[in-house]
Design a protein around this ligand. Sequence first.
Ligand SMILES: [Zn+2]
Length: 122
Amino acid sequence: MAKYCTNCGKEVEKNDVFCQYCGKQLVEEKELVKEGETVVDPNRNNPLALAGFIVSLGSLFISFWGVTAIVGIVLSSVGLSKIKKTNENGKGFAIAGIIIGGASIFLNIIGFIILLFLSLWA
Ligand SMILES: [Zn+2]
């Protein structure tokens, strides 16, 4: 795919930062910062967000006293903050992971209280 200078209209190399004809900066500064970081395909789902979602969902079934849910929330949160930087997909998964993880911890607390009452009355 050919790329053209926005200033003089001449064809430029895809990876050129400046136009070799007129010297106009071709890459947005925002993009330049991103080039310094790991190259991320913005169309993929962030793997941490996805992992957090799956772990949180799993924590509803296998809780380990809420540890699974906490892991799910942490993964989702880290995934969400990465998504904000990289514009990757998976924001919905990250948010769902945090919400489900939170609900899972809540259910654990309820379960714990019920068990506590049951053991007191036993
Ligand atoms: Zn130019």
